[in-house]
Structure formats: structure tokens, C-alpha cells
Design a protein around this ligand. Structure first.
Ligand SMILES: *[C@@H]1O[C@H](CO)[C@@H](O)[C@H](O)[C@H]1NC(C)=O
Ligand SMILES: *[C@@H]1O[C@H](CO)[C@@H](O)[C@H](O)[C@H]1NC(C)=O
Ligand SMILES: *[C@@H]1O[C@H](CO)[C@@H](O)[C@H](O)[C@H]1NC(C)=O
Ligand SMILES: *[C@@H]1O[C@H](CO)[C@@H](O)[C@H](O)[C@H]1NC(C)=O
Length: 244
């Protein structure tokens, strides 16, 4: 019993040591961003809510952004100033990068990849760690129940850059397709911001996909991060059960 409680105390202090020492900065488009209805929009806020309380998690993703417009419109500079300030606090600073939804409307995948490569190099030059994330799927279904996917080549490009640059990779695209195909169109659409908006998420959607990213992150970093487990939600996600 005493040994057990000692173990718990040790585990908790290890967690809070990581909590003080690790920060997250999120970079991307509206499928990561905080939405107009608080905590809706993208997976970012659900992910931040999955962390040990007090962990810095700064969602700098922006609606409508491509890798090019994110830089040109000044949002990248905002991300960089947060990254600099987290690194200056001597925190391990992980920076997620997820694009594709808007890049695909203007240019071939290689254009996004080249821009992502520059972002990865810049993040490293500041002493932070890039984590590439493939695009969250849209909830648009074919009549046979499979996802009508348009984002595959942009997910593949993200994977390619992660291999070339040897970064951590979270394959959210594959994992989210697998889950929404398992729960089916009705349950998948209940996670939409509006019933016919298959791109953005309501609050329940950010909880589900934020947990999915948290679990992919925890697996990629083998338990080193201040992520609070949520076994029942993870169970639903891994077994294709709708939570909402
Ligand atoms: C998201 O934005 C809303 C305003 O629209 C704000 O009230 C809320 O605090 C933001 N949430 C986070 C986690 O930044
Ligand atoms: C990548 O960045 C360049 C500017 O450096 C821009 O011209 C191009 O449109 C960007 N590509 C995408 C897909 O945003
Ligand atoms: C898991 O799914 C079940 C069945 O839909 C639901 O009742 C439960 O609330 C879900 N649990 C979580 C944590 O979302
Ligand atoms: C989220 O799920 C809860 C519980 O099922 C439900 O009451 C609520 O209406 C849902 N929210 C949205 C925005 O769909």
C-alpha cells in the first residue's frame, strides 16, 4: 500500500515535471484552429484540453490558411514569437504543423511540401521540435460508406517531408478516415460544426479528434509527454464506437 502510494506520488511528480517542461505550439489551418464558437472549429483545443493542467498549449492555427498565406499574412511570425518565448523559458517546445485543406485549392502537393520544409528548418533553428500532422479527413462519404477522399496526395506529401527531414509524424488523415468509416455517416456528421459542414468540427468533434491527436502524439513520443490518458474515449476511438 505504502509502496503503491509512493509510486503514485513519483508518477505524479514526474508528470508535473514534464508539465512544467514541455509546451506545444499549433500551426495550421481551420481544421486545427479555435473556431468562432468557443472551442469548436478544429482539433487544436480538444488536444490542448487533453494535456496536464498548466501545460502551455498555444493554438496559432488560422482559418483559410495555406502554407504560403500563413507566412504572407503574418500568422507564422506570431507562431515564431510564441516558439521563441517558450524556448526561452527552457521548455521542450513541440510545434505541430498541419496543412493541406487550402493548399490543395491552389497548388500541387510539392508546393506545400517545399513550404513545410522551410517551416521545419526554421523551427529547429529556434531550438524547438517540429511534429508533422497529416490533414484531418472531411466527413464526405461515398454511397458505399467509404470516405470520398481528396486529401490523400497532401497527406502523402506531409509523410514524405517527415521522412526527408526525420521529424515525428502523426498520421491523422489515415486514423480519422478509419474512425469515421467505422462509425458511419450519421455519427460522423454529428461531429460537424454545422450539419452540412464536413470540414469543421463542433465541440464534440474537437473532443474526439483532439483525443485522437493526443493519442497519436503520446504513441509517437513513447509516453514522455504531459498527456492525460482518457481510456474510455480512447477505447471508443480505437474500436470504432461513436462517443456522441
Ligand atoms: C477560443 O476562442 C474563444 C473566442 O471565440 C475564446 O473564448 C476561447 O477562450 C478560445 N479557446 C482557447 C482554448 O483558446
Ligand atoms: C508556398 O510558398 C510560396 C511563397 O514562398 C507561395 O508562392 C506558394 O503559393 C505557397 N504554396 C502554397 C500551397 O501555399
Ligand atoms: C463511448 O461510447 C459510448 C457508446 O456510444 C458512450 O455511451 C460513451 O459515453 C462513450 N465514452 C466516452 C468517454 O466518450
Ligand atoms: C455534444 O454531445 C452532447 C452529448 O451527446 C449533446 O448533448 C450535445 O448536444 C452535443 N453538442 C453538439 C454541438 O452537437
Amino acid at each position: 500500500m505504502m509502496l503503491l502510494s509512493m509510486y503514485v506520488v513519483l508518477a505524479i511528480s514526474a508528470l508535473s515535471a514534464y508539465g512544467a517542461g514541455t509546451s506545444f505550439v499549433l500551426v495550421g489551418d481551420s481544421t486545427t484552429a479555435n473556431g468562432t464558437t468557443p472551442n469548436s472549429g478544429g482539433w487544436g483545443n480538444g488536444f490542448c484540453a487533453s494535456l496536464v493542467e498548466g501545460t502551455a498549449c498555444i493554438n496559432t492555427a488560422h482559418n483559410g490558411a495555406t502554407t504560403g498565406s500563413f507566412v504572407a499574412d503574418g500568422f507564422w511570425d506570431i507562431s515564431l514569437s510564441f516558439i521563441r518565448s517558450e524556448v526561452a523559458k527552457q521548455r521542450r517546445t513541440l510545434v505541430t504543423i498541419q496543412f493541406g485543406h487550402n493548399d490543395q485549392k491552389i497548388a500541387p502537393p510539392e508546393s506545400m511540401g517545399a513550404n513545410m520544409t522551410v517551416m521545419v528548418d526554421t523551427i529547429r533553428s529556434l531550438g524547438a521540435e517540429p511534429v508533422l500532422v497529416t490533414s484531418l479527413t472531411r466527413r464526405s462519404f461515398n454511397s458505399d460508406g467509404t470516405i470520398s477522399d481528396q486529401l490523400g496526395p497532401w497527406a502523402d506529401e506531409t509523410i514524405l517531408i517527415s521522412q526527408q527531414k526525420q521529424t515525428h509524424l502523426l498520421d491523422l488523415h489515415a486514423k480519422s478516415i478509419e474512425y469515421v468509416e467505422a462509425i458511419g455517416p450519421d455519427a460522423a456528421h454529428r461531429l460537424n460544426r454545422l450539419p452540412d459542414d464536413n470540414t469543421h468540427l463542433n465541440v464534440n468533434g474537437t473532443i474526439v479528434f483532439g483525443r485522437m491527436v493526443a493519442d497519436l502524439m503520446a504513441a509517437s513520443f513513447a509516453g514522455q509527454l504531459p498527456i492525460v490518458p482518457n481510456p474510455p474515449l480512447t477505447f471508443n476511438i480505437t474500436n470504432g464506437i461513436p462517443s456522441f
